[in-house]
Write a protein that binds this ligand. Structure first.
Ligand SMILES: [Zn+2]
Length: 338
């Protein structure tokens, strides 16, 4: 066990002192989404000494992220680094004793159980309801606690969910509205201060849970940063909850979407129909004859003057410049293949 000196300012605070800190050092979390909430939470948990942190994110750093995603800088955006990789680079410099596991993947029904099965706690730092309902299903299936968090404009919310004990996300929202019908950070805006508040609450609950202290249960914590209001709203288990009463894993059993518009982002994600392994370096050379192509060791970026293609080694792609799935598919087929 390494020296606990670096944690001395918090050890004096924990009720069981070093024993609690050792518990933290032996604990593990998966943070799903490494954007605004994810990067703040990851930094707090890394500094506090959570032993193993999985960072899962499907996207690359973009200039518009820097206003609120505190782990990233202009270099990361310029180099189009995957967020999980850029975050891991920073976090390892902060605390080399923590095991940081960056995973550049889309979380979907085919991989979610594998991704979270070996951690003590899952933290929701995603930006869409679809993935949250998938986490809700997966955590219920594995009996894994998770912390829901969301931010928009100047408000946000947090809810701790312990399968079998507290209400689940579908007790709160039984039938999510169709994708695209909700406001997003891109369409409605986001103030960077609410991100810090919500991520701090999520991280506080996470640390308490990992050390074995009581956490907030059966309540939705709602914060309005602009008007400085915090409310704690009672949430009850829904008698006809599709998940915790009826046991239907509608999201986990759903098919992963082959092509999916990323809401409010003017971008579409394409997943390959089968398992493939691309040689991005070679492809970048080929594509550079017809447009601006580059490979940074992680992803290929290609700009044909109209659309921008971000391609990952497993064949997954994000097509920027359109929200039309058909257009995105044809761009993908044209440059990557069918
Ligand atoms: Zn439920």
């Amino acid at each position: 066990m390494p020296s606990l000196e670096r944690y001395s300012r918090q050890i004096v605070l924990w009720r069981r002192g070093e024993e609690d800190q050792i518990r933290l050092l032996k604990s593990s979390v998966a943070i799903i989404g490494c954007g605004a909430l994810g990067s703040c939470i990851a930094e707090l948990l890394t500094r506090a000494g959570v032993g193993r942190i999985k960072l899962i994110d499907r996207d690359v750093v973009d200039l518009t992220n820097l206003q609120r995603q505190v782990l990233f800088d202009e270099y990361d955006a310029e180099k189009l680094l995957p967020k999980a990789i850029a975050a891991a680079n920073k976090l390892r410099a902060v605390n080399s004793e923590v095991e940081i596991l960056p995973i550049v993947e889309d979380v979907n029904p085919s991989n979610v159980l594998e991704l979270i099965k070996d951690v003590d706690l899952v933290i929701d730092a995603t930006d869409n309801l679809e993935t949250r309902f998938l986490i809700n299903d997966a955590c219920h299936k594995l009996g894994k606690p998770w912390i829901h968090g969301a931010v928009l404009r100047t408000y946000g919310m947090v809810m701790n969910i312990i399968p079998g004990e507290t209400p689940c996300l579908r007790c709160l929202i039984p039938n999510p509205p169709p994708p695209g019908s909700l406001p997003t950070c891109e369409t409605a805006g986001i103030m960077n201060t609410i991100v810090m508040i919500v991520s701090s609450i999520q991280a506080t609950e996470a640390l308490k849970f990992l050390m074995g202290y009581d956490i907030v249960k059966n309540e939705l914590i709602y914060i309005d940063a602009w008007n400085l209001r915090l409310s704690r709203l009672k949430v009850r288990r829904r008698e006809k909850c599709p998940l915790c009463s009826e046991g239907r894993y509608e999201y986990l059993e759903g098919r992963r979407a082959y092509a999916q518009a990323l809401c409010g982002r003017n971008a579409v994600q394409i997943l390959p129909s089968r398992e493939i392994k691309l040689n991005l370096e070679e492809l970048a050379q080929r594509l550079s004859r017809i447009g601006k192509a580059s490979y940074n060791g992680y992803i290929l970026s290609f700009d044909d003057g109209r659309y921008r293609l971000i391609l990952f080694p497993d064949g997954r792609a994000i097509i920027k410049g359109t929200s039309d799935v058909k257009v995105a598919k044809s761009v993908y087929t044209r440059y990557v293949g069918g």
